[in-house]
Write a protein that binds this ligand. Structure first.
Ligand code: ZN
Length: 307
C-alpha cells in the first residue's frame, strides 16, 4: 500500500464505533498471525533439501498447495510432498490460527478455553496441543553433566484424562487419591529431565537415573537412602543434602535448591489445570520445561519449534 493511503487509515479508525473497532482488531490480529505463519514456513522452505520418501537430494519445485505452501517433486522416486512434510504440522489445517493457539499455550490456557477463544472445536484443540507438544516432549536429555540435582515428588492423579473428551466429567466421591511419582533431575547447564516412575523403589529410580549420569558427575539429593546405593553403583560422587528447609549447601556449590524450586514452579503451574491424568503428566511436564527453557521468546518460537 502506498504511504499516502496508509496515512489516511488512522484517521478513519478514529471514526469507528466500539463494535467496529473490535472487528477491526480481530482482522488485524488474524492478518498478523497469518503473516507470522507464512514467514516461519517460508524459512522452513529454505531448508528443504531431500525427499521424505527416498532421501534423494534431487528435487524440483512443484507449485504451491492451496494454502500457499511450496510443493516439491522428487526426481528419483517421482513422489510429491510439501515443505511441511516430516514436521508435526504436516496436513494441519487453519494455519491462520496456529500462532494464536501457541499464544494460549504460553498462557497455560485449558483446551476448552482455547476452543472459545479461537472458534475451533474441542477435538481440534486437543489434537493441536498434542502436535505442538510433540517436539518439546521429544527433547529427551540423554545425559546430564557436572553437578546434578535430582528429586522425586508425588502429584495427586486426576482421572480427567480418562473420560471421553465430549462427555462432562463425572464427580468422583471419596476414596484415596492415587499419586503419580515423578523423578526430576537437572544440571547447572540448564538441561532438565523428568520421568514418571511406577513405584518409589531404588530399582525404579536407578533405572531412570542410569542413562543420565556419567563418571565425573556429582549427584545432589535429599536424604532418600536409595540414592546412596545408586551413586555407588554408578560410580558417581554423591552429596546428600539433609535439612528440613532444603536450604543446605555443601562447599558453596552442592545443593538441591534449583530442583526444589523447579518442582515447586511446575506444581504451582499445574494447579491451573485442575488435575492431570497420569498418562498426560509427561506432556504437561514437557510443556512446562519448554516454557522454562524459552523464557525469552517471540510469538513464533513455538511455531518454529514444530517446523
Ligand atoms: Zn524421493
Amino acid at each position: 500500500m502506498a504511504n499516502v493511503s496508509f496515512q489516511a487509515i488512522p484517521q478513519q479508525v478514529a471514526n469507528l464505533n466500539y463494535a467496529q473497532l473490535k472487528r477491526l482488531r480481530h482482522e488485524v490480529e488474524q492478518n498478523i498471525a497469518h503473516d507470522q505463519v507464512g514467514q516461519a514456513i517460508s524459512d522452513r522452505e529454505e531448508t528443504v533439501n531431500h525427499c521424505p520418501h527416498c532421501d534423494s537430494h534431487v528435487l524440483n519445485r512443484w507449485g504451491m498447495t492451496k494454502q500457499g505452501i511450496q510443493r516439491y517433486k522428487c526426481k528419483d522416486c517421482g513422489k510429491t510432498f510439501n515443505a511441511l512434510a516430516n514436521t508435526p504440522l504436516y496436513r494441519m489445517r487453519k494455519a491462520e490460527k496456529w500462532v494464536n493457539y501457541t499464544k494460549l499455550m504460553w498462557d497455560g490456557i485449558s483446551l476448552r478455553k482455547a476452543t472459545k477463544k479461537l472458534d475451533i472445536n474441542l477435538r481440534t484443540s486437543f489434537r493441536w496441543r498434542h502436535i505442538f507438544l510433540q517436539n518439546p516432549a521429544n527433547l529427551g536429555t540423554s545425559e546430564l553433566k557436572g553437578v546434578i540435582e535430582a528429586d522425586e515428588t508425588f502429584l495427586p492423579e486426576s482421572f480427567k484424562g480418562k473420560r471421553k473428551l465430549d462427555r462432562p466429567a463425572r464427580k468422583r466421591g471419596g476414596g484415596r487419591v492415587r499419586q503419580v511419582l515423578i523423578l526430576s533431575a537437572l544440571d547447572r547447564t540448564g538441561a532438565i529431565t523428568h520421568q514418571v516412575l511406577e513405584r518409589n523403589t531404588r530399582e525404579n529410580i536407578q533405572a531412570a537415573l542410569t542413562p543420565l549420569l556419567s563418571e565425573g558427575s556429582v549427584l545432589c539429593t535429599d536424604g532418600n537412602q536409595s540414592y546412596r546405593g545408586i551413586a555407588r553403583d554408578l560410580n558417581v560422587d554423591h552429596k546428600r543434602l539433609i535439612g528440613l528447609d532444603n536450604q543446605r549447601v555443601i562447599d558453596d556449590v552442592y545443593h538441591t535448591q534449583t530442583i526444589n524450586n523447579y518442582i515447586m514452579r511446575w506444581k504451582t503451574w499445574l494447579v491451573g489445570f485442575n488435575g492431570v491424568g497420569k498418562a498426560y503428566v509427561p506432556n504437561y511436564l514437557s510443556w512446562f520445561r519448554f516454557m522454562e527453557l524459552h523464557q525469552e521468546h517471540t510469538e513464533q518460537t513455538w511455531l518454529r519449534e514444530a517446523l
